[in-house]
Design a protein around this ligand. Structure first.
Ligand SMILES: Cc1cc2nc3c(=O)[nH]c(=O)nc-3n(C[C@H](O)[C@H](O)[C@H](O)COP(=O)(O)OP(=O)(O)OC[C@H]3O[C@@H](n4cnc5c(N)ncnc54)[C@H](O)[C@@H]3O)c2cc1C
Length: 383
């Protein structure tokens, strides 16, 4: 007979959001028995997640600090064809291997790996190997899922950590080097100096097309490194991603009211619509969840996600301008203009906390896209 596992809380998906929820419960509600169910052989997959200090409140840092693998207190830089700018906000990166190590140490036998959830109900889960989990509450944190109800552009990238034969000379991250040839939309290179001989180089595109030509991008990374005079001894890590930049859509279709399974992470559309980044929302949601009663979690998480969706309408409107109004080879001008604004406004933008004054400031002045295309994009339905 198939085995039944009993717990108070079953968290499906041991990625960023599911792991953070499990860690938050383990610390704040140790009396709750939980299981974290991941289909892969490790927690977190193969990712590097980065964030600014301004993305996470000091009170929430305890959850994320043990995961940080690189930190640059000296701030970060952006580069555009006619200027460079250094911003003082510190930057941090988390390697998924560290999430795996830390979460497995903290959670022990509460982690179930190589276990695919095939049937999910608000209080019951069936795994592919036939095991059942009976729980007071289930949280579905299985990542993106079906995005067909959302209108998306794409932020796509390939990143490689390069071990060089001599020092690269950078002492802080360059989060956008947009001095490169503009191909397939807005293109920039993202640089993280891990140590004086190792640099993470990511070739990134804001594109209308989600197709990712990995060999072409790795060739461009090699060309970029060579143009900088960097001699590559070894590629120590590679990752790729295609993140939705959501500029419209129907939340009720994405998460129907009749679906009463609680959700978290990208599964609940908890990300900054313009960047596709979910880490700040994942931290906040984990701490919020650990403060909720387990009954009726489906309703509570949907109400919170719907409010988050509504609060993202301004960013979706900007996304619409970017993908529908700006000519792909001119998209860089929007970022070029944005990065001339105040550092605090930029920090609030990335954390999804833009004030009304910020919103007006971002849009006012001579628009970096043709005004008629901007109006057409703004007036078309589905923000
Ligand atoms: C390469 C890459 C880099 C990124 N970098 C950043 C960044 O720097 N900063 C940032 O904020 N965001 C970043 N993002 C975007 C976003 O934050 C991540 O995608 C983040 O991992 C999403 O978290 P999540 O928990 O919702 O989903 P995921 O982390 O994708 O986790 C979902 C988990 O569910 C598991 N799963 C799926 N189906 C099942 C099933 N049936 N049964 C059991 N388990 C299942 C998956 O294996 C996976 O481990 C990045 C994305 C990618 C792809």
């Amino acid at each position: 007979m198939a085995q039944t596992l009993n717990c108070d809380l079953a968290i499906l998906g041991g990625g960023l959001s599911g792991s953070l929820i499990a860690l938050a419960f383990a610390r704040l509600r140790p009396e709750i028995s939980l299981l974290l169910v991941e289909q892969g052989p490790v927690l977190g997959g193969n990712h590097l997640w980065s964030f600014f200090d301004s993305d996470i409140t000091p009170a929430s840092r305890w959850l994320i600090d043990p995961l940080i693998t690189h930190r640059w207190p000296q701030g970060h830089e952006v580069r555009f064809p006619t200027y460079r700018r250094t911003l003082a906000t510190a930057y941090n990166s988390i390697a998924s291997a560290q999430l795996d190590t830390h979460a497995r140490q903290a959670l022990g036998n509460r982690v179930i790996l190589d276990a695919e959830a095939v049937q999910v109900m608000p209080d019951r889960v069936t795994l592919a190997d036939g095991r059942e989990i009976a729980a007071r509450a289930v949280i579905d944190a299985r990542g993106g899922g079906d995005l067909s109800a959302l209108d998306c552009g794409w932020q796509k990238f390939v990143g490689q950590a390069l071990r060089l034969t001599s020092p690269h000379g950078l002492d802080r991250p360059v989060i956008m080097d947009a001095t490169v040839d503009q191909i397939d939309g807005y293109r920039f290179v993202y640089l993280l100096p891990f140590d004086d001989h190792t640099i993470f180089v990511e070739d990134t595109y804001y594109s209308n097309d989600p197709a990712l030509d990995v060999p072409a991008l790795t060739d461009r990374i090699a060309a970029y490194a060579s143009a900088r005079g960097w001699n590559v001894q070894q590629i120590t890590h590679q990752e790729s991603g295609v993140l939705p930049v959501v500029h419209g859509g129907d939340f009720d279709r994405f998460w129907p009211k009749t679906d009463s399974v609680a959700r978290a992470g990208v599964r609940a559309a908890l990300f900054q619509p313009m960047t596709g980044y979910s880490l700040p929302d994942a931290v906040e949601a984990a701490l919020w969840l650990a403060d909720q009663p387990l009954d009726n979690l489906g309703h509570a998480t949907r109400a919170r996600a719907a409010a988050h969706w509504r609060s993202g309408s301004y960013y979706r409107l900007l996304g619409k301008m970017l993908f529908r109004a700006a000519r792909p080879d001119q998209r860089w001008r929007i970022f070029d203009r944005f990065y001339r604004l105040s550092p605090n406004l930029i920090a609030r933008f990335y954390s999804g906390r833009s004030t009304w004054a910020d919103r007006i400031r971002i849009l006012c002045g001579r628009p970096p896209v043709p005004i008629r295309s901007a109006m057409r994009a703004l007036l078309s339905p589905s923000v």
